[in-house]
Design a binder for this molecule. Structure first.
Ligand code: HEM
Length: 228
């Protein structure tokens, strides 16, 4: 008996190369990793200055004095790096109605039922929370950090005001570390995301699954896609 056939003779596999979508250009990726390095160094030097039990971390920076000296400069570097990212990314991180629907379906996000979620643009609500969380906390850290920088601004504020600044600085630092952990966890948890910030590209499948509105818009652009 002849084997059963499942296809028409004219059916063909026409291409084997998967769809690849550009998500970030070179400048933003280099700047992102520069900011990430500054952040990690800030976190380590900040903990070292925060409590005597972390004093051992000062060895990473060549001792207590250099740690105290370098920490604010790293902070300024992070502010400049984040400001550049902010300018490039702010437009697509503005909150929209679909973000509310996404939040209402947070259980489906966690259990991986993305088919029940609304179609999303370039960023989901979680990513936007990280973006705005980092923005406000970096702002709070620099605004309170300058009056704490006694070497250059000894008389900027009174001692009681500086004490309040130290408290706000410490609380903001703890919060931004939590936001950072959330950000790294989300990037690792959602498979295929890290390459967006390393190679600059994601697969078509990733874009279809997580950011379909964004992909549809790119597919609809005339004259910019490799296939055209
Ligand atoms: C080792 C640490 C880090 C890792 C592994 C990491 C990873 C990533 C990845 C994979 C993306 C792309 C996500 C996507 O487009 O869907 C991303 C985006 C982003 N990252 Fe990071 N990141 C790190 C640290 C940081 C730090 C310290 C900051 C800020 C101070 C930061 C700020 C951002 C911003 C603003 C975006 C764009 C997403 C948005 O605008 O909502 N990242 N990161």
């Amino acid at each position: 008996m002849a084997p059963r056939k499942f296809s028409e003779p004219t059916d063909r596999i026409l291409g084997t190369r998967p769809v690849e979508v550009r998500r970030y250009g070179a400048f933003i990726r280099v700047n992102h990793w520069f900011g990430a390095i500054c952040f990690v160094l800030l976190m380590l030097s900040g903990f070292a200055l925060f409590h005597p039990s972390f004093f051992g971390l000062t060895a990473l920076f060549g001792g207590g004095q250099t740690t105290r000296w370098i920490h604010p400069f790293l902070g300024i570097a992070l502010v400049i790096s984040f400001a550049a990212m902010f300018i490039q990314l702010v437009r697509l991180n503005i909150l929209r109605r679909e973000d509310l629907v996404w939040t209402a379906h947070i259980a489906d996000v966690i259990t991986g039922h993305e088919e029940r979620l609304p179609e999303l643009g370039k960023y989901n609500f979680g990513q936007k929370v990280v973006f705005w969380g980092m923005f406000w906390l970096i702002l709070a850290l620099v605004a309170t950090g300058i009056p704490m920088w006694v070497q250059y601004f000894p008389d900027l504020v009174s001692i009681p005001t500086r004490r309040i600044a130290i408290l706000i600085h410490s609380i903001s630092a703890v919060l931004i570390v939590l936001v950072f952990i959330l950000h790294v966890f989300a990037a690792l948890w959602t498979r295929g995301t890290i390459r967006a910030m390393t190679r600059g590209t994601v697969t078509g499948g990733w874009a279809w699954l997580h950011h379909r509105k964004w992909l549809r818009e790119l597919a609809g652009r005339r004259g910019t896609n490799a296939a055209e």
